[in-house]
Design a protein. Structure first.
Length: 274
């Protein structure tokens, strides 16, 4: 369709445009049905200043389409395709083969939820921030975060242990809401899990989960596989205290477990919860 004449465009109010940038430039006129259809086609060609501006323009355009009884099927399909493409671009390829899995959960989380109510969301967001920072700094990859549980994976056993030490030190020294004593259990296991498109499955994953579940808040418990991997590659600055062989729920064989000992971590804990 032909562009609006300058005089005609100038006479239109701001509400007649889907997008007005920070410089006051008005784009995507939506004052009549023909221009709404044109804006639906051209929307993907506009360089918005940020995602918030884009979303505001999208909503104004859809409201205009509704006003003029236009069903924007093609527009919605295009938006979904763009969102899928953006999501695919942000997906990080998780490592495969021999990897080290780190799992955490919050000790006494049920009691904390009952005490904080809706404020628990802020606490869990704070805990996840600590975990994500420690994992990223150690070169790991976040796999999953749900409820009070967190799962990350590393190509190097030592990187996983370094992340665990860092996150425990931060959590133990941080002041939490209502002066709560927030404690996180950490379990680490190295093995060959089966990779899916965005996660891992198999007995090695279950082993990491079971190791996490038997520890105590503030403690880092690792399998013999992880210990041997660290000692063979980068043993300096960390020690391992033998905790014995334990039968973990659902696993067919006893599992040798060790406690990570490092500066800034508590050293004395009750027996494992096996």
């Amino acid at each position: 369709m032909p562009p609006l004449a300058a005089k005609e465009r100038a006479a239109l109010p701001d509400r007649a445009f889907a997008y007005i940038d920070s410089q006051g430039r008005r784009r995507l006129p939506i004052h009549d049905a023909a221009h709404v259809r044109n804006a639906l086609v051209r929307f993907g060609q506009v360089a918005f200043e940020d995602e918030k501006a884009r979303e505001q323009a999208r909503l104004r355009l859809l409201n205009a389409a509704k006003k003029f009884k236009i069903v924007p099927v093609g527009f919605i399909a295009g938006q979904l395709q763009q969102q899928r493409a953006q999501r695919d671009e942000t997906l990080v390829q998780l490592p495969s083969g021999f990897v080290t899995m780190l799992m955490t959960d919050i000790e006494g989380s049920t009691a904390i939820v009952q005490r904080l109510g809706e404020r628990y969301r802020d606490l869990i967001d704070g805990v996840w921030d600590v975990l994500r920072h420690a994992v990223a700094n150690a070169g790991g990859h976040e796999v999953e975060a749900r409820a009070d549980e967190f799962f990350a994976v590393f190509e190097s056993p030592r990187d996983a242990v370094d992340a665990a030490i860092a996150l425990q030190q931060t959590i133990l020294n941080r002041t939490w809401v209502d002066d709560l004593d927030v404690r996180v259990r950490v379990g680490i296991h190295s093995g060959y899990p089966t990779s899916t498109s965005d996660n891992y499955i198999g007995m090695d994953v279950h082993t990491a989960s079971r190791i996490c579940s038997v520890g105590h808040g503030g403690q880092v418990v690792v399998s013999a596989n992880t210990r041997e991997g660290v000692k063979a590659s980068a043993p300096h600055g960390v020690q391992f205290k033998a905790l014995g062989a334990h039968r973990l729920r659902g696993l067919p064989e006893l599992v040798e477990l060790y406690q990570v000992a490092a500066k800034g971590l508590p050293s004395r804990f009750p027996p494992l919860r096996t």
